[in-house]
Design a protein around this ligand. Structure first.
Ligand code: GLU
Length: 484
């Protein structure tokens, strides 16, 4: 089998992370079956069109490491790949549908449609729909209206009381009764098609074999099945993927919980490798314990059979942090430092490094263990470069006594003061400090935590000897004195 898949983003805003998950699945499926992954811009919703969004969408797809075999910028055998450049094609098929009895002209004014809707609402109907008024116009009436230039839309002619079956590759056969289906608009009065017509025509003409799309499209499926049937085309395989929700709730992703757009995750400082690995599991799993996947391994293991058969799948932000921490720890210190700098440059973030690469890379090495995303870097490194604010309650909390805290800090001060610059190495500092606590019989916890807070203003930091080494003799002594 050769698979041709496509992603068809609408430039109505920034690309959602859920779309990126779908792109990953589309891409993997096409590559697994030696086919092509196609990008098509569905810019037919002119009311929600956002200037520049299409270019930003294409850029973010590249930023996540995906490339397309056909689509904007590179063209292909079925170009153009932007729907507003294909209007003549849709018109042709809308007219063909009319000819074949699958669609009709509708000349209803917006005022009439509002009135119909209001009447249906007043009757408390479960949902409002077009009252099929123009289905019954005579041929002559239609011709006259067209001749008089009366504005029109083209609607699908849904047959009454029939069962339409969608063969969904994930959910199995799903039956719909056509009495529940509206005569949806296929071509609007400005000549621009709706999704229902444009996507079906393009998927057919572009020889798409598998359509992976969000499950929110499932209710419109009977319209799509009928369009294919009326035009006498074979339908591609349709697979409805679960949409994303915040973990622990039924709500869709929310900005209040964190990033939602694909670009926002990059801005927060997630690595692409971590994001892509995480997204693999948003709706799919291999049925094994394996969690760390390269893209090639995923392509090999991915199958539609193992996609979750649910409407919504949890987007576990903690798990994403875990993946990111994993990929961060797997980078060498130098590469991590370069990536942090590149990230800051791209998103115009001022980093609080010293500018001395040797020291800065050392600091990066020290925070690497704790770093979960780059937006935390400044917080994690700040006390290396500027004197921290030390809270008294925190400082004395490990001894529970001001006197004992002072005694411990004084002893550290005196011991470190006689440690000369040339002996100011991590190993020697560790030895000197351990000797001190043995001599005075301090518990390591009370002594080192007190010193840690004095040096950093924090209770969780890398090893205290590393901090002493990086801060240097003068600065370390100075901070202990300030704390005292
Ligand atoms: N333009 C549609 C969207 O962005 C595409 C849906 C589909 O994949 O068919 O939701």
């Amino acid at each position: 089998m050769i698979a041709r898949t496509r992603i068809a983003p609408s430039p109505t805003g920034e690309l959602h992370i859920g779309h990126m998950r779908t792109i990953l699945y589309d891409y993997a499926f096409a590559k697994k079956y030696n086919g092509q992954f196609i990008v098509r811009i569905e810019d037919t919703d002119r009311n929600r069109f956002v200037e520049g969004a299409a270019d930003r969408t294409l850029q973010i797809i590249k930023d996540y490491g995906f490339s397309w075999d056909e689509g904007p910028g590179i063209g292909g055998p079925y170009e153009p790949y932007v729907q507003t450049q294909r209007l003549e094609i849709y018109k042709k098929y809308a007219l063909e549908l009319i000819e074949k009895g699958g669609a009709y002209y509708c000349f209803c004014t917006p005022e009439r449609l509002d009135q119909v809707r209001a009447e249906q609402q007043a009757q408390h109907l479960p949902k409002t729909c077009y009252d099929k008024h123009c289905r019954n116009l005579s041929k002559e009436e239609v011709e006259k209206n067209l001749k008089d230039g009366v504005p029109y839309v083209i609607r699908i002619k849904i047959p009454a009381n029939e069962t339409v079956v969608l063969h969904d590759a994930i959910h199995g056969d799903i039956s719909f009764n056509t009495n529940d289906v509206d005569d949806m608009i296929l071509l609007k009065s400005d000549g621009i098609p709706t999704y229902h017509l444009a996507a079906m025509v393009d998927d057919h003409l572009m020889k798409i074999t598998h359509v992976l799309r969000g499950i929110d499209w499932m209710p419109s499926s009977p319209v799509h099945v009928l369009i294919y049937k009326f035009l006498g085309w074979d339908m591609p395989i349709i697979a409805h993927l679960p949409n994303l929700k915040e973990k622990g709730s039924a709500a869709k992703l929310s900005k209040r919980q964190g990033a939602v757009a694909a670009v926002d995750f990059l801005q927060e400082g997630y690595l692409v490798e971590a994001l892509v690995n995480f997204l693999m599991f948003v709706g799919w799993n291999p049925g094994t314990e394996k969690e760390i996947y390269t893209l090639d391994e995923f392509i090999n293991d991915f199958s539609l059979e193992r996609i979750q058969k649910t409407d919504l799948v949890a987007f576990d932000r903690d798990k994403l942090l875990w993946f990111n921490g994993y990929y961060i720890r797997n980078l060498s210190d130098d590469v991590l430092f370069d990536k942090i700098k590149a990230w800051a440059k791209r998103f115009e973030i001022k980093l609080n490094f010293s500018g001395d690469d040797k020291i800065d890379i050392k600091v990066v090495a020290l925070i690497k263990e704790r770093l979960k995303k780059f937006s935390e870097v400044n917080d994690l490194i700040s006390y290396f470069y500027s004197k921290p604010e030390v809270k008294k309650e925190m400082l004395i909390s490990y001894t529970k006594s001001e006197e004992r805290t002072k005694e411990i800090l004084n002893n550290f001060y005196n011991t470190l003061e006689i440690t000369q610059k040339e002996n100011w190495t991590r190993d020697n500092l560790e030895k000197v400090c351990h000797d001190l606590i043995t001599k005075y019989e301090y518990s390591p916890k009370e002594a080192f935590m007190t010193l840690r807070v004095a040096l950093s203003g924090q209770t969780a930091t890398p090893h205290i000897f590393d901090i002493l080494e990086v801060l240097g003799r003068e600065e370390s002594l100075d901070r202990i004195k300030s704390a005292l």
